[in-house]
Ligand binder design. Sequence first.
Ligand SMILES: C[S@@+](CC[C@H](N)C(=O)[O-])C[C@H]1O[C@@H](n2cnc3c(N)ncnc32)[C@H](O)[C@@H]1O
Length: 277
Amino acid sequence: MEHDWRALNRANWEERTGVHLGPGGYDLSSHRAGRGALDAIVEAELGPVEGLRVLHLQCHIGHDSIALAQRGAAEVVGVDFSPAAIAAARSLADEVGAANARFVEAEVYGAPEALAGEAAAFDLVFTTWGTIGWLPDITRWAAVVAHFLKPGGSLYFADGHPAALVFDDAVPGTTPALPGPLVPYFERAPRLFDDPTDYADPDARLANSRTVSWLHPIGDVLAALSAAGLRLDWLHEHPAVTWQMFRSLVPREGGLWTWPAEQWLPLALSLQATRPE
Ligand SMILES: C[S@@+](CC[C@H](N)C(=O)[O-])C[C@H]1O[C@@H](n2cnc3c(N)ncnc32)[C@H](O)[C@@H]1O
């Protein structure tokens, strides 16, 4: 059965935005203190952003966009298809005085049209944690990234590792709750989920609980970047990720969750790819 993935996912993100602005949501205290926190993986890998024009795709409420603006980026342009998220990002930027951050409501695939005149205009395209899984066509995503990069500019990408996204807490009665299979790695079809929970606020119950998402194997991501003319600089796999992907994970410093003992699977993947000069 066909589902309207844009409408389902947008309604879910509109509602989540309210949750993320509430008491159990995102911690914005470091932004208010003048230097928004980035997670330990991004902090270690991204490098300086001073003076760069940055495009943040799927920026949500501007948490990372404003953190990059506060680290001296010349300009950060955040793009997201949720009107509530864009309104929240603008309001946070106003509140903390991040005049070098601006936000545009647009779908990823519609971003070249929404930002007409900005082709090849960014030094850095930044997209992290919970992004490409919401997009059906990874080749088209990579083409959008390449469209915006200056020659010599780079994509920084970090997200849940696709091998880990195969799994969920689906094995009842195991202690600690071990992940069980959820989505076959090579299934490229959309998956409809009905899940009222939220990754940030464990007490939240979403009414707009149905979403459609895709698992993109690493090979597809790399092939898409290569087809878009981007050259892979490096790719890292991590035994930690920025949300509690499985109940058995334990918190660790730097806003990360990791395995309590044996590192069964990589939990996150990050990469940098550059548009050749
Ligand atoms: C998990 S957040 C990622 C942002 C960031 N890691 C964070 O936690 O602040 C996912 C974001 O993607 C946005 N999104 C989902 N599908 C989209 C699409 N097709 N076009 C633009 N934005 C989309 C949602 O509105 C949401 O704000």
